[in-house]
Write a protein that binds this ligand. Sequence first.
Ligand SMILES: *[C@@H]1O[C@H](CO)[C@@H](O)[C@H](O)[C@H]1NC(C)=O
Ligand SMILES: *[C@@H]1O[C@H](CO)[C@@H](O)[C@H](O)[C@H]1NC(C)=O
Ligand SMILES: *[C@@H]1O[C@H](CO)[C@@H](O)[C@H](O)[C@H]1NC(C)=O
Ligand SMILES: *[C@@H]1O[C@H](CO)[C@@H](O)[C@H](O)[C@H]1NC(C)=O
Length: 424
Amino acid sequence: MKILPTFLVILLSSCGHSLDNGLMRTPPMGWLAWERFRCNTDCDNDPENCISERLFMDMADRLAEDGWKELGYQYVNIDDCWAAKERDSEGRLVADPIRFPSGIKALAEYVHAKGLKLGIYGDLGTYTCGGYPGTTLDQIELDAHTFASWGVDMLKLDGCYSNSSTKALGYPLMSKALNATGRPIAFSCSWPAYEGGLPPVVNYTLLGEICNLWRNYADIDDSWESVRGIVNWYSRHQDVLQPVAGPGKWNDPDMLIIGNFGLSYEQSKSQMALWAILAAPLFMSNDLRAITLKEASILQNKLLIRISQDPLGVQGQMLLKGKNNIEVWMRQLSSSTMALAFFSQRTDMPYHYTTSLGQLNITAPQLFSMQDVYSGWVLHQLEIDTEFTVTINPSGVVMLFVYPEMQIVQDWDKRRPEFSPLKL
Ligand SMILES: *[C@@H]1O[C@H](CO)[C@@H](O)[C@H](O)[C@H]1NC(C)=O
Ligand SMILES: *[C@@H]1O[C@H](CO)[C@@H](O)[C@H](O)[C@H]1NC(C)=O
Ligand SMILES: *[C@@H]1O[C@H](CO)[C@@H](O)[C@H](O)[C@H]1NC(C)=O
Ligand SMILES: *[C@@H]1O[C@H](CO)[C@@H](O)[C@H](O)[C@H]1NC(C)=O
């Protein structure tokens, strides 16, 4: 018998509709250029790191050859600054001819040949945030058609240089226009981030109907302060944010910055764990040509990815934040399993935290086991009131996968798309 906490049952029955393009039934995974490579267009002096077809081909090679693709990281996503400064004579967007000499269609073919998908960036407004041609209301259908004709698989539509009324018209129109192309193109909407991210200004019911994912808060930067700011905003507003996510419609707290310069090892583990609890898109923005094994092992942790990709698609939330600055987060998963994250916002020393699922008011199977997602150790034969102690490092996390004791846990190592839920 499955025992679900009652609050969850209510959430499950109130999920509502999602964008009907069949895409992103679990949070999308892949790579996105922005945080790491920004608007670096200086290919003369920095040919390896400028926004160019070479960069995206390099990342596609790495995703395909270094084990990422098999784990589910399948999108290679272009962000701002890919376009020429002017549209062509027929008014169509074109890629910068120097930096993308083969064009986006050829890049899409290259990416597809590796078994990956290509994402592109646009902006609903006069200009993109970086000053490249934007998409005005009258250009929506043309641009959707252009992206589809290139074989693009995802569109991130930013919102610089337009006002709220234009956005309110434009985002639903783009969703329709993408659908009308006949090509399944996932739709990422930056709209709520421009409107403060909260109701009543933001209508999450509507977003769920027209977008597969949406950014609702500040852009991530390469710092722990930035990650913390996002996590704190998500926990502060979780009563609004948690119920609106589900298969095909995800809150997007922005890119994973693991592998860059701003996070320690502990902080990197925290970002990954919290993004999995939040059912967040896992778009890495890093240099896959130069990532260390230690960093890659966080991003490639199979049990963590399994948690992220749980088919129920229920976003987790913070259960409690103690005076000790330890936060307990929980995400309900399929097959009577769940993920717990003990997250330290302390700045002193490792903290020993003792609790039981009963003390956390979590309904659990009668007899259960827990596996530490990062260290791999397993604690067997726990009951609801069995106390256990975790040691959480400053700005670090201990993440536990909780499963009924009677389950034969297998298939963790099976790679997507073949892996199936736990067998009972
Ligand atoms: C377009 O929308 C219809 C109805 O919601 C849906 O059945 C169809 O799969 C969509 N097509 C694409 C390409 O997104
Ligand atoms: C919003 O922008 C559009 C297009 O530039 C303009 O026509 C409209 O008047 C603006 N609306 C408001 C409320 O400023
Ligand atoms: C939000 O959008 C939904 C779906 O389009 C609509 O039914 C509802 O009336 C909207 N809510 C508000 C407060 O505008
Ligand atoms: C668990 O429930 C008790 C009694 O309702 C309450 O006092 C306590 O704060 C709850 N603890 C958590 C972690 O929710």
